[in-house]
Write a protein that binds this ligand. Structure first.
Ligand code: PHE
Length: 346
């Protein structure tokens, strides 16, 4: 009996395999239900009790050894380059998922590409800002409601350059970047500032406390309202199609005078009226106006010599209109089924 085990052990030791198939038949020969080991375990039942201890030990050792041998054969085979027999070149390759850009990035890049074609540069600035760059230098009066807790996420107080107590906050618009550009650069200035902004608002299908903007600024001698209108018309046609019409409605912003809000003709119904445009034929997409002379003065630009225009739009809103997305929260949930639908070269 013991010599039988010794013999099997020798056989197992000398065995070598060149394919998975070899290993499998080796396993079946020794370890399957009808295999050699099963037969030995059957024999074990009828062995005299005084020999059981020794014999059982050997048998278990043999079983473990065979299992170890199978494992080593498998790992050795993996290390070896596949032989010709193993390799089936007609099998389809493993597929892997390609990522896609976030819809907000696609539309932001599209907006950037349109304005860079018009000669605008790209400016960036901090998301944590001081009151001066978000409000004061943009001509917001001290009691303006936009400074209110309802709109702004305040972080802490600090002492500003004039020694006064001032707020540190999350920027509510990227106009703050334009203030920084005006402070540093002399006109002509032609720049856009894309970026993330924060507002202390309840989250719903139409508004979020975080969103993205692209704001634009153009300052030079003799910049007029018609330059603003023409720039925005060009942008709208490039973004929404050649047939797009625009209209400007008077509005108010502390940092522009005169100010306007711009609508584009509804693409879905061609201005006839539908649920998306609430039967008006028009969709509001941005705010704009001529830079208030006070803003130029506060940022050190000669307001007798220079004039300028500014505009600002929310990227989420434009993306929702472009792709007919009904809920702004989808942009922040990172549901792969939603994101996978957007493929773009940009
Ligand atoms: N900053 C304004 C906003 O966040 C948009 C705007 C920019 C309006 C420039 C006019 C001119 O709503």
């Amino acid at each position: 009996m013991l010599s039988k085990i010794e013999e099997i052990l020798r056989e197992v030791k000398n065995f070598s395999a060149s394919s998975k198939k070899d290993i499998e038949s080796f396993r079946i020969k020794y370890l399957s239900k009808k295999g050699i080991l099963s037969a030995l375990f059957e024999e074990f039942k009828i062995i005299p009790p005084d020999q059981k201890r020794d014999f059982g030990k050997k048998l278990n050792e043999l079983k473990n050894f065979i299992q170890l041998k199978i494992d080593t054969l498998h790992s050795e085979l993996k290390k070896k380059p596949p032989s010709k027999i193993d390799l089936d070149l007609t099998l389809p390759g493993d597929s892997f998922n390609l990522g896609s850009r976030h819809p907000i990035s696609i539309v932001r890049n599209e907006i950037i590409s349109i304005f860079t074609r018009l000669g605008f540069t790209i400016s960036e600035g901090p998301e944590i800002e001081d009151d001066a760059h978000v409000f004061s230098k943009l001509n917001f009066p001290p009691e303006h409601p936009a400074r209110d807790m309802q709109d702004t996420v305040f972080i802490e107080k600090c002492i500003d350059s004039e020694g006064k107590i001032a707020d540190i906050l999350l920027r509510t618009h990227t106009s703050s970047v334009q203030v920084r550009v005006m402070e540093k650069q002399k006109p002509p200035i032609r720049t856009i500032s894309p970026g993330r902004v924060y507002r202390n608002e309840a989250i719903s299908s139409r508004s979020h406390c975080i969103f993205h903007q692209v704001e634009g600024l153009y300052i030079d001698e003799n910049v007029s309202f018609s330059d603003l209108k023409q720039t925005l018309l060009y942008f709208s046609k490039e973004m929404f199609g050649e047939k797009t019409r625009i209209r400007l409605r008077p509005s108010f912003f502390p940092f522009t005078e005169p100010s306007a809000e711009m609508d584009i003709s509804c693409k879905l119904c061609n201005g006839k009226g539908c649920t998306v445009c609430k039967y008006t034929g028009w969709l509001e997409i941005l705010g704009c106006g001529m830079v208030d002379p006070n803003v130029l003065e506060y940022t050190g630009i000669d307001n007798q010599k220079f004039t300028g225009f500014a505009f600002g739009m929310g990227i989420e809103r434009i993306t929702m209109l472009k792709y007919q997305i009904k809920d702004i929260r989808l942009f922040f949930e990172n549901d792969i089924r939603f994101l996978q639908q957007f493929k773009s070269a940009l």
